[in-house]
Design a protein around this ligand. Structure first.
Ligand SMILES: Cc1cc2nc3c(=O)[nH]c(=O)nc-3n(C[C@H](O)[C@H](O)[C@H](O)COP(=O)(O)OP(=O)(O)OC[C@H]3O[C@@H](n4cnc5c(N)ncnc54)[C@H](O)[C@@H]3O)c2cc1C
Ligand code: SF4
Length: 410
């Protein structure tokens, strides 16, 4: 049998979805439930939180106390298989540029370990240019998107509180967990300074939903949740997609190029089987790129043909340009009143119970837009690197019993 015949006998899927993270998982669920047959290509291996989550592991169960490894840059118990560099997937940046590209490779992508902070864009975020003359307005408004936010909230489940803040719209919330000791201390100070400080909005269940149990407050969402109480694609989106019988998942399938016919329409995706190194092809009438923002752009640029010499969907030449990112930084402080505190139950969700949405009036500031503040603190399990830098604390450091006492005290 010739290669051409073999090719013809392969099934033609309605849609090929590249990537199984937040974007790919939702595309697969919606499409399969609408009756489409879907081939999902995922570059990484399988990930199943019930089997793979290290949610309940103690640091001493590892000789490295959970330190990072080349395969898991956030630590060996962390649910992200990858980091800022991936074996066999190098990248370069322009002269004088600095860009650290965080990537994971596994079923569910970053949804297995993201912070679960689930905030809606507000009305002003859709008309930023009209407000401050920078960037562009969106062609849709918050009201256009609101019904979809509502649907996602009902499907995913998140906690929060109804605050009625104009540009931080309320969602459909489950009750938020109580703030912990350090959070109450920060909240007290924020109230005195007139800084808005409200319950976080996290995709973590505080009540059972759609067969998933409520969180039992182990505080380890970064390791993924073995009970499926927080949101990840494999726990929430893929089971209903699979139950339609319309989803076929290809693991270890690194998409290389979207193939097109002589009219320029997609015919499928060429991918590399990472186990054999062989090039394969999956046939589909339509292709959804959901391999993460940069990788999806790379795939479009990689998909060159006589019809599209600069890559697919790139007649403007803007694919892969004008990238922006969500930047973050952290500041650490020490609250003296919490020193020598009485050990008590600090269990909670794996994320901040309180946060500060943008609270200032931009008209009175010399910069546009804003930021939010997430609060972290409390006693963690003493794993690798625990309280590193204690010598920098007032009176900190020391040796032997003194050092141990300092750890307890701080
Ligand atoms: C540590 C961390 C914390 C975060 N916390 C938050 C938060 O609290 N709130 C928030 O809103 N956002 C958060 N984010 C961001 C959020 O996780 C991402 O924006 C979101 O998951 C992106 O979804 P995605 O589907 O585009 O990509 P991903 O989730 O990265 O999925 C892409 C998938 O495609 C696969 N893939 C890549 N290339 C190929 C290829 N060539 N062929 C086949 N498959 C491929 C990958 O293996 C991966 O599974 C966080 C991110 C990180 C890293
Ligand atoms: S804190 Fe809750 S949601 Fe997070 S891993 Fe633990 S039980 Fe699951």
């Amino acid at each position: 049998m010739s290669g051409a015949n073999v090719q013809r006998e392969r099934p033609v899927f309605d849609v090929c979805v590249i990537g199984s993270g937040a974007g790919g998982g939702m595309a697969a669920k919606v499409l399969t439930e609408a009756g489409a047959t879907v081939a999902m290509l995922e570059a990484g291996p399988d990930w199943d939180a019930q089997r793979d989550s290290a949610m309940l592991k103690w640091p001493y169960e590892s000789p490295r106390r959970g330190a990072s490894t080349p395969e898991r840059h956030f630590g060996e118990f962390h649910a992200g298989l990858g980091g800022w560099s991936l074996d066999g997937e190098p990248y370069t940046v322009g002269d004088g540029e600095e860009f650290r590209w965080f990537r994971v490779r596994q079923l569910g992508g970053r949804t297995n370990h993201w912070g679960r902070i689930s905030l809606r864009f507000g009305p002003d975020d859709f008309r930023a240019r009209s407000k401050d003359g920078l960037g562009d307005d969106w062609p849709i408004s918050y009201d256009d998107l609101k019904p979809y936010y509502d649907r996602v909230d009902r499907l995913v489940g998140l906690f929060g509180s109804e605050e009625g803040l104009y540009n931080d719209p309320d969602g459909i919330f489950q009750p938020p967990p109580q703030p912990r000791c350090w959070e109450l201390a920060v909240k007290r100070a924020a109230d005195q300074l007139d800084i808005t400080c409200i319950p976080s909005r996290l995709s973590i269940l505080t009540q059972p939903l759609n067969g998933r149990p409520a969180c039992h407050y182990c505080g380890q969402c970064g390791r993924d949740c073995g009970t499926g109480s927080n949101f990840s694609t494999p726990s929430v989106l893929l089971p209903p997609a699979r139950s339609t019988g319309n989803l076929v998942t290809f693991l270890g399938a690194m998409a290389r190029e979207v193939t097109v016919d002589s009219r320029g329409l997609a015919t499928g995706v060429a991918y590399v089987d990472t186990a054999t190194g062989r090039e394969e092809h999956v046939r589909a009438k339509a292709v959804v790129l959901a391999a993460s923002a940069c990788e999806s752009a790379r795939l479009l640029l990689n998909s060159k043909s006589a019809l599209f010499p600069d890559g697919l969907a790139n007649s403007s030449g803007t694919v892969g340009r004008y990238l922006t990112d969500t930047t973050g930084t952290d500041v650490m402080g020490f609250i003296p009143s919490m020193r020598d505190g009485v050990p008590h139950n600090e269990d909670g969700a794996g994320g901040a119970h309180l946060y500060m949405p943008w609270w200032l009036d931009n008209a009175k500031l010399d910069f546009p837009r804003g930021y939010h503040i997430e609060i972290w603190g409390g006693r963690g399990m003493p794993g690798y690197g625990f309280m590193g830098g204690i010598q920098n604390y007032p009176g900190g450091g020391g040796y032997g019993a003194d050092l141990k006492q300092m750890y307890r005290s701080y």
